[in-house]
Design a protein around this ligand. Sequence first.
Ligand code: ZN
Length: 318
Amino acid sequence: MIDLIQNFLSENAPLKSNSKTVGFISVEGTPVEMPFTFINGVKPGKSILITGGVHGGEYPCIETAIQLANELEPASIKGTILIIHPVNPAAFLARMQYYGPYDGKNLNRVFPGKATGTVSERIAYQVHQFQQAADFYLDLHGGDIHEALVPFVIYSKLGSPEKSEEARLASALLGFPYVVGSVSENGSIGAAAKAGTPGFLAELGQCGRWSFAEVDQYKAAVLNVLRSFEVIPGEVQHSNVEFLDKMLVTTATAEGCWYPAVHLEQRVIKGEKLGEIRDFFGKVKAEYFADADGIVLYLVTSLAIMENDPLAAIGVSI
Ligand SMILES: [Zn+2]
């Protein structure tokens, strides 16, 4: 990790232990400059990658990453921590939902990226270099500008059984109520897991808002995970979480107006109605039903819906 970061520094002096370095990671062949903070601890230990703002409209995670970068001190750290805050500054400044402004792609759907691809693919490619150099990856997300959610964590099942289990147990230490497994290959944590780095994607906050209370909760959750890796000192807190097998996302088959029929954390049974899309005259265009028994983890809250947009996701019990 140190070698990779060294490439983005103007001076050639090697990064010393017990130091904090800030700067920008230039994504080759693009105008993108990702703000980063690299903390080289006072003793050897694990190498941790934390990203916030893969999606530009998810504010609590971005502020959490910024505050962690400011507050973590190398003198109390064993190992190294790279924080990117945010990964997608142009999407953040443009207040974009899901997508990036340069190519209209969802950054979390193009991992592991391409060195010679579009801007989003090149960002993913750069982040993937850091993922490969890390021992663990924390990807901080939240509900987007138009999404409501109950806090939950997704871990990738694509790694070895041991690393997948490490990711599952670390996910639970965030203390968010639900932990769900994923086999998605083109998301950030899937690409990391396939490259041998366990990790999770955390979801906290929603609907284009943020508060200091949410950021405090998010920071405390991340610090608890860092304690479990002995990267920072202190006692690890354990809380009761519900482990779920997988998440089923229902996507829109038509554009129009979206009317959910369920609420967050509602337990639904297979076949239960999740909502419907109507046209501008109030005529029902499509109805959506749960594909399995589960619990509603997120819901799109905007009236506006485009075809292929997510509508809702349910976590399915093990
Ligand atoms: Zn996100």
